[in-house]
Design a protein around this ligand. Structure first.
Ligand SMILES: [Zn+2]
Ligand SMILES: [Zn+2]
Length: 344
């Protein structure tokens, strides 16, 4: 089968790889109808998360059709359309039973150098019943694909930020996760969602979603936030970039007693936490990887009912063969690229 493989820094290729097949009784093999390129794929692509070996299949965001199931799979059958989380979780361990699939003791991450990824014609999904959900009839791939990773991550950021009706919410970052966080925050009916980024095209999407865009290169975000809060600072600050500078800025934007909720992917081991300031101001600080699987069905239902429309974020649709161009566009902010969908 054809697949997108990692071939070293700034190099992906589309080439033939071994076919996906059922290996364990809980496996489900799907024919991928759409996959997407994610910011975390870019962490591998640009070497920020270094993986020494090459030739492995990338990608962890997908929609597809079941083609083969293992002996233990009773709830899914060939022909059904499914979407799944970016990592497989067993559904049975200590953490899975406590709704923390992101801490599953047997978790396997698609497209991170070990388990082959979703930017391919076919995908083997371990623990298929626990990892996949059916896509409601009539919901296009484009409307469904973001529920596996970036949309639940945005939703999780809002939940952990304890966003309440009437709040002033700041979202640091207007990339795909930031835009999803802005969308999900707006569902809670806050007073305002302020979106901070430095890429004009991304800020334009924030404006279209209903947030107030602030261009880091043109305005002082702290000043804008103070204007909306009688000088206090934001009730909740959601961090969706994943670097030290962005994380540090959250401590400047949040009001005393407020909450910082960080969901950006950090690859640095250390961060100098402003302990004294956090103590004095009674801040709540949360960070973590989203247990995406918990939100799949809920978000699909919200999309189906028209409460959420994440398709605005999908700026490019390419064939699988055009993946190298997609990576280049996304990684280097070319052609106003925010999110690429690949069609095998
Ligand atoms: Zn992703
Ligand atoms: Zn588990």
């Amino acid at each position: 089968m054809r697949a997108v493989t990692f071939e070293g820094r700034f190099k992906v290729e589309v080439k033939g790889v071994p076919d996906a097949a059922v290996q364990q009784p809980g496996d489900v093999v799907i024919k991928v109808t759409s996959s997407a390129i994610c910011g975390s794929d870019i962490h591998f692509y640009n070497g920020r998360i270094p993986i020494p070996h090459t030739g492995w299949v990338m990608g962890h965001e997908y929609v597809g059709e079941v083609v083969e199931v293992g002996d233990e799979v009773t709830k899914l059958k060939p022909g059904e359309r499914v979407v799944g989380a970016s990592y497989a979780s067993c559904g049975e361990c200590f953490y899975c039973l406590r709704s923390w699939p992101s801490q599953c003791m047997k978790q396997e991450h698609f497209g991170s150098g070990m388990l082959p990824g979703a930017q391919a014609e076919y995908l083997r999904v371990p623990y298929g019943q626990s990892t996949l959900v059916k896509v409601p009839d009539g919901l296009s791939d484009e409307r469904a694909i973001l529920v596996g990773d970036v949309l639940p991550t945005g939703y999780f950021a809002v939940e952990r930020g304890e966003v309440r009706r009437g709040d002033v919410v700041v979202v640091v970052g207007s990339g795909p996760v930031g835009l999803c966080a802005q969308m999900c925050a707006l569902m809670v009916e806050p007073k305002v969602v302020i979106a901070i980024d430095s890429v004009p095209e991304r800020l334009e999407l924030s404006r279209r979603i209903g947030a107030v865009p602030v261009d880091l290169n043109a305005e002082d975000p702290g000043g804008v936030i103070r204007e909306h809060t009688e000088g206090r600072g934001a009730d909740a600050v959601l961090e969706a970039v994943g670097d030290q500078e962005a994380l540090r800025s959250c401590f400047q934007y949040v009001r005393p007693g407020g909450t910082i909720s960080a969901v950006g992917v950090y690859s640095e081991a250390q961060f100098q936490f402003p302990m004294f300031l956090a103590y004095l101001r009674d801040l709540t600080f949360r960070i973590g990887a989203c247990p995406a699987k918990n939100y799949l069905a809920k978000l699909l239902s919200m999309i189906e009912r028209g409460k959420l429309d994440p398709t605005l974020i999908l700026t490019h649709s390419l064939s699988l063969e055009e993946a190298p161009h997609g990576y280049d566009m996304f990684a280097n902010h070319k052609e106003s690229c925010v999110k690429v969908v690949l069609k095998p």
